[in-house]
Design a protein around this ligand. Sequence first.
Ligand code: ATP
Length: 332
Amino acid sequence: MASIAFKRVSKAFDKHEVIKDLDLTIEDGKFTVLVGPSGCGKTTLLRMIAGLDPQTSGSVLIGGKDVSRIAPGKRGVAMVFQNYAIYPTMSVRENIEFGLVNNKVRKAEREELVEGISKAVGLYEYLERKPSTLSGGQRQRVALARAMVKKPSVFLMDEPLSNLDAKLRVQMRIELIELHKKLGATFVYVTHDQVEAMSMADTIVLMNKGVIQQEAPPDEMYRRPSNRFTAQFIGTPPMNVGELGESGSLFGFRPESAVLSEAQGDEPFSVRGVIATREMLGSETIYQVRSGSGNYMVKCSEDLFAAGQEVYVGVPAAKLHFFGEDERRIDE
Ligand code: ATP
């Protein structure tokens, strides 16, 4: 069992509190992604699980056991960082088995483990090569393999793909999802990239300023954001949010939920405006519509309108979201 639980955890650096009275349970065997803007406390949470930063108050449990007094190396967790350190003078094989040699694992057993893991991450043919002769993605796999060899029940990953180019990042995301399925271990993955979170997670934990904003599977986070922050963090471009009269309450709709037309339709939300900007992205076009009540982003699968054109922005009732004065979701 390798569920992880935070119970009323706070963390302060000097007097600055960066995690505030946080409760969270990360399920055993799930791929959980911690996401949020820079400085919201994601890395700090990960380091508390690993035992690299002790919490100021509250407790951290792994597999139901309070690990506050357990040293980092004894927690059964492995961490893969953004700037993964692989040893340039060692071969891929030596890099992977490094921890095993240190732990005095016998040679035959080491060889069997390295062979199995290098096959799992697609490095078997590269075992005798030096890291300098590998691509960025392959080096990232060496770092993963080195973590895997210790057979941890929890993998902690802090922006492990951020040094890779966009194409490789997409490929590595798929590889990590497959690896997670194969290993059945608990994965906790930190990123500030909501697309990465949406595409990989079983559960997304969205944070802001040391406080969890929402914890949900990706589709629920997208369909039913629990507050304005979540609504505007998940999705590109972000959800349009406007005020309902003088009430202080808010309405919102996603750019892809709106319809543009030359004539007014019968949608409950319908405003007239002018196309201020048009951004053609290939399979879709993003328009910014300027209206008397504000500017709205609209994402269309067809490119039918030009800048300067008058249009109606219409949103069907089922696609409208409502938020109260406190910015929390109001349910229909
Ligand atoms: P990023 O996406 O930029 O990596 P993050 O969400 O991972 O951000 P953390 O690294 O957890 O954020 O940092 C949270 C807050 O704690 C930040 O305000 C940061 O400046 C502060 N902080 C982190 N580590 C320390 C430290 N060792 N000493 C003092 N302050 C720290």
